[in-house]
Design a protein around this ligand. Structure first.
Ligand code: 5GP
Length: 317
């Protein structure tokens, strides 16, 4: 079984690198650090590489050991967490590709199965929830520190325990963490409730620009590089903006475009009931989940906007 192979490969590995996706959210950073701390407990030589992430996650145990690049060129084992396709690793995919053995742990329904061992369980609402099983299999006790990292992944990817993928196991694990002394309320506040000033300013902008299309079933909004510069945005400050449109009564799909390079945009989509936004994004070589997905779009803005709206309309009927 994959999980046995994973245990075996970790046992054999001389040195290990842990990687996640670009623009890492709480599940990406939380899962990567949980794995890192677990491997440290096994006395493994391990690096966790995340070139850029939100300051929000600096409070997590192990965060000060995150590296921007590897200490070495090649590792004997690479483990990716929360990555659906190798292109999503961007600049740091080389560490994955160059390592002797490759393992991935993920929860995206559409996954390119790009590793030697693919532990992909799409029924899990967060990659972090999949890691509970792996870490237990490794014989590592999930302590307060690892628990805080896993809970960060679960809270962020379930929108605070409210999305459909939440299972009895999600609550059982959280309740168990409480008995271990993990401050669930504090983590919730830090990773979900508290907004930066720049995020608030961007929120005002996207609300002002929000367009209601197709009988108010689609919302569209965007931010540019200049907007981010004007508000002094830091990595992660755009998080949650796509949800503003999704949470309006009657809206089925919220579309949010964010300029990521001169004339290039990242599209984030969210749906409420019946539109599979992962399918919409696959049309542009992206992917994600049924109700939360993304893709890259070539600009200019008006062209990217028209293309993505037209694709969404096909699913709204
Ligand atoms: P977000 O809108 O928060 O950036 O992403 C929502 C979901 O879609 C996440 O699960 C994320 O991993 C996935 N996603 C975002 N962009 C891409 C992409 O370009 N390709 C793929 N395969 N998945 C993406």
């Amino acid at each position: 079984m994959t999980i046995d192979n994973i245990k075996e490969e970790i046992k054999k590995a001389k040195d290990i690198v842990i990687l996640t996706h670009e623009n890492p959210d709480g599940d990406a950073v939380g899962s990567a650090l949980a794995m890192y701390l677990a491997l440290k407990k096994l006395n493994k030589q391990v690096d966790v590489i995340i070139p850029e992430y939100s300051n929000t996650f600096n409070f997590l145990p192990g965060a000060d050991e995150i590296k921007k690049e590897g200490k070495k060129e090649t590792y004997s084992l690479a483990i990716s967490v929360d990555v659906a396709g190798i292109r999503r690793m961007n600049g740091f995919a080389k560490y994955f590709e160059d390592s002797k053995v490759k393992i991935q742990i993920d929860h995206h329904r559409v996954n390119e199965m790009f590793a030697d061992y693919n532990f992909v369980n799409p029924d899990s609402p967060a990659c972090a929830q999949n890691l509970i099983l792996i870490i237990e299999k490794l014989g590592v006790e999930i302590d307060k520190e690892i628990g805080a990292c896993l809970l960060t992944g679960i809270i962020t990817d379930t929108g605070g325990f409210k999305y459909e993928g939440v299972s009895a196991e999600t609550f059982e694990f959280t309740s168990w963490l409480l008995t271990k002394g993990v401050n669930v309320s504090d983590i919730y506040k830090r990773v979900l409730q508290t907004k930066t000033k720049a995020n608030f300013e961007l929120r005002k902008l996207i609300m002002e620009r929000m367009e209601f299309i197709h009988n108010n079933k689609i919302t569209f909004t965007y931010i540019t590089l200049e907007d981010e510069k004007n508000v002094g945005a830091m990595p992660g400050d755009h998080e949650g903006l796509v949800e503003v449109g999704r949470d309006i009564e009657g809206v089925e799909v919220s579309i949010f475009l964010r300029e990521i390079g001169e004339g290039n945009f990242k599209a984030s989509l969210r749906s409420n009931d019946y539109v599979n936004v992962s399918d919409v994004c696959i049309a542009f070589n992206g992917g994600g989940h049924l109700k939360a997905a993304g893709c890259n779009m070539v600009g200019p803005l008006e062209q990217a906007k028209e293309k993505i709206i037209n694709e969404v309309k096909k699913y709204i009927g």
